[in-house]
Design a protein around this ligand. Structure first.
Ligand SMILES: NC(=O)c1ccc[n+]([C@@H]2O[C@H](COP(=O)([O-])OP(=O)(O)OC[C@H]3O[C@@H](n4cnc5c(N)ncnc54)[C@H](O)[C@@H]3O)[C@@H](O)[C@H]2O)c1
Ligand SMILES: [Zn+2]
Ligand SMILES: [Zn+2]
Length: 344
């Protein structure tokens, strides 16, 4: 099969690899039908993910059709159209039993990182009963494409905030993850959503699609004052940080009202410091995390019931044969694309 592999120094190439085979009877083989490029794929190519294994097929955001299922796979069968969880998890270890699947002792982020991933014609999915969810018939591959990664991450961020009815939730970063977090926060009962980004177009987009009620550009106004002006001077009832810069990290604790939760879903390239003397008395709860993507079935149901939609995130389409061009485009013009979809 053809697979997009990466090499040290940032080179990517379409290479020929043997078709994947069932290794354990809990595995399934997927024929990939649609995938997307994630910021994390770029991190790997840039050499910023030390655990990533050179020469593996990239990609971990995808849907496909079950080509073959091992004898122990019960929940899905050959021919099923499935959404794939970006996290591989056994479902049985101490962490999985408590739904902390990101820390699965037998899995974690493997696809497209330590084992071959989605930017190939076929992919082997370990623990297929956990990692694959059947896609309802009334939704398309594009509808389901982001369920296993960024939509789960947005949901996770909103969930971390423990949102109560009519809360004002502020999301820093109106990129794909931030927008997904806003959609999910709304579903969880947020009364007002404030989007913060330095990209004016992304902010306008969030407002026009009514994903956010209020937009704030820190380069145009004082964010802390602006958030207070929309929250009776209290600050936000919950903050989801999905931008990942030194500035956005500081903004997160500043705009949170005392006794609220700051949920960090962004990945930083540098250490961050909390100025505890300045923060004294804010009594904040900070939560950090790599996504525990345990809600794929529920998210697919919400999409199927038309209560949730993420198709608008697809801003370009490429064929699998053109995937190198797609990577170049995403890497160099990242801010003009939310997500690039690859068709096989
Ligand atoms: N926790 C997880 O499991 C998980 C999963 C997926 C992605 N992520 C992380 O989530 C983050 C967001 O992902 P994405 O794909 O949406 O990325 P993105 O780069 O498309 O979006 C980030 C947004 O933040 C904005 N931004 C930059 N600096 C800012 C500032 N100072 N104030 C306000 N906004 C600012 C950018 O303009 C951009 O729109 C990334 O760090 C990514 O690695 C985490
Ligand atoms: Zn990803
Ligand atoms: Zn486990």
């Amino acid at each position: 099969m053809k697979a997009l592999i990466w090499k040290k120094g940032g080179k990517i190439e379409l290479a020929e690899k043997p078709d994947p085979k069932i290794k354990k009877q809990t595995d399934a083989i997927i024929k990939v039908t649609r995938s997307s490029i994630c910021t994390s794929d770029l991190h790997i190519i840039h050499g910023a993910v030390p655990r990533a294994v050179e020469g593996k097929a990239l990609g971990h955001e995808f849907v496909g059709i079950v080509e073959k299922a091992g004898n122990c796979v019960k929940n899905i069968k050959e021919g099923d159209r499935v959404a794939v969880n970006c996290i591989t998890y056994c479902g049985e270890c101490w962490f999985c039993e408590r739904n902390y699947i990101n820390n699965c002792q037998n899995g974690g982020w493997e696809l497209g990182c330590t084992i071959d991933g989605a930017h190939a014609e076929y992919a082997r999915i370990p623990y297929a009963d956990k990692g694959l969810t059947k896609i309802p018939d009334n939704i398309s591959d594009d509808d389901a494409l982001f369920v296993g990664d960024i939509l789960s991450s947005g949901y996770f961020g909103a969930e971390l905030c423990e949102i109560k009815q009519n809360d004002t939730i502020t999301v820093i970063g109106a990129g794909p993850v931030g927008l997904c977090a806003m959609l999910c926060a709304r579903l969880m009962g947020a009364g007002k959503i404030i989007a913060i980004d330095i990209n004016e177009e992304r902010l306008k987009f969030a407002k026009e699609l009514q994903i956010a009620d209020i937009i704030i550009n820190p380069q145009a106004q004082n964010t802390e004052i602006a958030v207070k002006s929309h929250t009776s001077q209290r600050g936000a009832d919950g903050v989801i940080e999905a931008a990942g810069t030194n500035e956005s990290f500081q903004t997160a604790w500043k705009i949170a009202r005392p006794n609220s939760i700051v949920a960090i879903v962004a990945m930083y390239e540098e250490n961050q410091t909390l100025p505890l003397p300045q923060m004294y008395g804010k009594n904040l709860i900070f939560k950090t995390g790599g996504v525990d993507a345990i809600h794929c079935k529920k998210l697919l149901e919400l999409i199927s019931e038309r209560k949730l939609s993420t198709n608008f995130l697809i801003t370009a389409n490429y064929k699998f044969d053109e995937i190198i061009e797609a990577y170049k485009e995403f890497d160099t013009n990242k801010n003009t694309h939310f997500k690039i979809a690859i068709t096989y």
